[in-house]
Ligand binder design. Structure first.
Ligand SMILES: [Zn+2]
Length: 134
């Protein structure tokens, strides 16, 4: 992953967080979109999208591994947002960040929920290419 892409993501996220008053949360960046963790960050959920999401979790045997349900993660919201725009996650790079309580951006890894599926659905994760054998 070229360094420039990460710089662009961080700049986009900083602007987005400042504009929307978002701090101390987790943020995903992919396909020039930004999503945030937590219930308020969810895209417009439809029954069809819920069915797709549940099928994806079942396909990868994803089990809830944190206090936060898998569908509330920033990465989950990104997967859903891409589905709503008919963009295939497999063609997209997923970048994950943690925003600390002083609004600083830190490149991060997906949480234990998302580690079970992000690399299987997205082309790469924070610059790590999907393993061909997965
Ligand atoms: Zn997660």
């Amino acid at each position: 992953m070229p360094k420039g892409k990460n710089d662009k993501a961080e700049k986009d996220i900083q602007v987005y967080c400042n504009k929307n008053g978002i701090g101390a949360s987790r943020v995903a960046w992919s396909a020039h979109m930004i999503t945030v963790s937590g219930g308020a960050g969810a895209p417009a959920i439809t029954p069809a999208l819920t069915a797709k999401w549940n099928a994806m979790l079942a396909k990868h045997n994803v089990a809830q591994a944190t206090a936060l349900a898998p569908h509330n993660c920033a990465e989950a919201h990104m997967w859903m947002a891409l589905q709503l725009q008919d963009i295939a996650p497999k063609n997209c790079d997923m970048w994950v960040y943690r925003i600390d309580n002083r609004n600083r951006i830190h490149r991060d890894a997906p949480c234990p929920n998302c580690q079970q599926w992000v690399l299987k659905e997205f082309r790469s994760q924070n610059g790590v290419k999907k393993a061909k054998t997965v």
